[in-house]
Ligand binder design. Structure first.
Ligand code: ARG
Length: 570
């Protein structure tokens, strides 16, 4: 595709002195109001070097570049050069590119195969996989896909919380009061109950604490009996987690969780000791970080056992050694801001310059609208229940609407789960937000169902046109038929998709993609409303169908970057 910004920058560069091409390109704006052009160039900065008033400079540039065939017209308004791209040129360029690239449209190769680790979801074993986990899971999945679309090799890591003294307690509880059947039937609920019972019992029987400590020590030492139980707890928990990952269509390249680093910790501790980073403190050992404006980080407990951060130091180092990453991204709640600042600092103090490539991508809290969610598991709202309920409610909505109920189960799954995912990704990630069913499942709002519905509408237009007509559209078009206001506006939105993907990845912000998809959907619906598509004139019909197909492809590719599917019928 023609990079219009770059081409414009070249034209302007020929007319001005003292400004680099890259700088000129970065100064080119896309006006909010398309009446001000498709691109605009402000001339304020040039006044000093060119010793002329900005409007005069703008006038000069406008006159010089206006002849270029790329433009429909070029105007000077005050200090701005407003440029209107030739509609035919742009529309043809976009449609051709989408036809040629298909599912690849929107992707670039900025990453050049470099390795990017994305640490996401990472729930704790034997703890509920609840609505709060949706954020890391869904945002992390989308960030993985965005980086893949930029040509990076992404390693999605589920850094499971599968290690720590609580497993000693769980094993002890299981041995005293446990039951195999219960664990198999409802692993997480059961294991959680054991953990709770342990704490209740330990209040009157403090010797249980010693037993748990010894049990954990045996686990760390790799004693077969303890190891087997731990492994079993882990497997059963994962089965439950995997049900949710299956529903969301999420996979990981690695499940190396905290336990994976248990045998890699001694070397890391030794290295920190050798580099004089460990300071004794009340029997424990810490890394002093106060002089860097952080709180000190304990890395070894008084009994010599490791801590969450110790395992993260080992993990970062392991990932560098194994993947030689260009980025190591952690999609974790902002409550852990301090933890990741400490991690980064410690890696820096260990002398590794790749500490700069450790990137914490934080997000805010999700809370629930009062009374909107069944809480059949007690106070905790399981993610699985939210997804199941979304599918059920979508089924009801589809039935009520009386529309296509042929593959209702499949459609309800794509739309219901997609609705929850899209809602999650619509929110600027750093903001806290309130989960509201009405908003999630609104087919007319700026939601997943709305975008998917628009996609299905594109599909339906193409079906009605028939295969022959679609083939003709794919064979090449006369662009003059799709230069109306709404056709051109839609084409411009499709044109911007690759740029939007880059921006979303660089900012670790999938909401930039959801926003753009809503724009494309609205753009398509305006076009659909304004124009008669299946006209008699074959050339005109082909051109319009090509634009429909381009919109459909762009929506599908965009949804895929969010981890969503697109239904052909809805
Ligand atoms: N298991 C942790 C939790 O639930 C999140 C782990 C995030 N990843 C990491 N490498 N620390 O809070």
């Amino acid at each position: 595709m023609v990079n219009f910004k770059e081409e414009i920058a070249k034209l302007i560069a020929a007319e001005v002195t003292d400004l680099e091409l890259a700088e000129i390109q970065s100064m080119i704006e896309v006006p909010q109001d398309s009446k001000m052009g498709d691109y605009a160039f402000p001339c304020f900065k040039l006044a000093k070097v060119m010793r002329k008033a900005p409007p005069l400079i703008a006038k000069g540039i406008a006159e010089k570049i206006a002849e270029n065939t790329m433009f429909e017209k070029v105007e000077q308004v005050n200090a701005y050069v407003n440029m209107f791209i030739s509609r035919e040129a742009l529309v043809k360029d976009v449609v051709d590119a989408v036809m040629a690239e298909g599912a690849e449209y929107g992707k670039t190769n900025i990453g050049n195969g470099g390795n990017v680790v994305v640490d996401f979801s990472s729930p704790n074993i034997a703890k509920p996989f609840h609505i709060g986990h949706i954020r890391s899971t869904v945002i992390g999945n989308s960030i993985s896909k965005l980086y893949r679309a930029l040509g990076y090799n992404v390693i999605g890591v589920n850094h499971l919380g599968d290690y720590g003294t609580q497993f000693g307690k769980m094993i002890v509880a299981y041995r005293h009061w446990g039951n195999r059947e219960d664990v198999i039937n409802e692993p997480i609920k059961t294991l959680l109950a054991y953990y709770t019972k342990f704490h209740v019992e330990a209040e009157t029987h403090p010797e249980l604490e010693d037993e748990a400590r010894e049990t954990f020590a045996r686990l760390e030492a790799g004693e077969p009996e303890e190891k087997e139980l731990w492994q079993w707890f882990r497997d059963e928990s994962l089965k439950e987690f995997n049900r949710v990952y299956d529903m969301l269509g999420i996979t990981f390249e690695s499940y190396a969780g905290e336990s994976f680093y248990s045998d890699k910790m001694p070397a890391v501790i030794a290295e920190m000791r050798e580099k004089n980073l460990l300071v004794p403190s009340e029997g424990a050992e810490i890394v002093e970080l106060q002089q860097y404006g952080l709180t000190d980080a304990p890395v070894l407990k008084s009994d010599g056992s490791s801590i969450y951060i110790t395992r993260d130091i080992a993990a970062a180092k392991y990932r560098m050694d194994t993947y030689n990453f260009v980025k190591d991204i952690y999609v974790v709640a902002s409550q852990q801001n301090l933890h990741f600042q400490q991690l980064k600092k410690i890696v820096e103090l260990m002398g590794y310059d790749w500490c700069k490539d450790i990137i914490h991508v934080p997000f805010g809290l999700v809370s629930l609208e009062e009374g909107t969610m069944s809480t059949r598991h007690g106070r905790v709202v399981f993610l699985e229940d939210v997804l199941t309920r979304a599918v059920e409610q979508t089924k009801e909505i589809i039935r009520e609407k009386g529309v296509n109920t042929e593959n209702i189960d499949e459609t309800a799954k794509i739309v219901g789960i997609g609705a929850v995912v899209f809602n999650e990704l619509s929110n600027n990630r750093i903001k806290d937000y309130v989960f509201s069913w009405n908003k999630v499942l609104d087919f007319n709002g700026e939601t997943g169902p709305y975008v998917q519905y628009t996609y299905a509408r594109c599909a339906s237009v193409l079906r009605n046109a028939g295969e022959e007509a679609v083939k003709a559209a794919q064979a090449g078009i006369k662009a003059q038929y799709i230069t109306s206001e709404s056709a051109f506006a839609l084409a411009k939105l499709i044109y911007r998709l690759p740029q939007v993907v880059i921006e979303a990845a660089e900012k670790y912000e999938p909401s930039i993609v959801t926003r753009h998809l809503v724009d494309i959907a609205q753009g398509f619906n305006r076009f659909y409303h304004d124009e008669h598509i299946l006209v008699d004139n074959e050339e005109e019909k082909a051109a319009k169908l090509a634009l429909v197909l381009a919109a459909k492809t762009a929506i599908r590719n965009g949804l895929a970057l969010l981890g969503m599917e697109a239904p052909e019928r809805m």
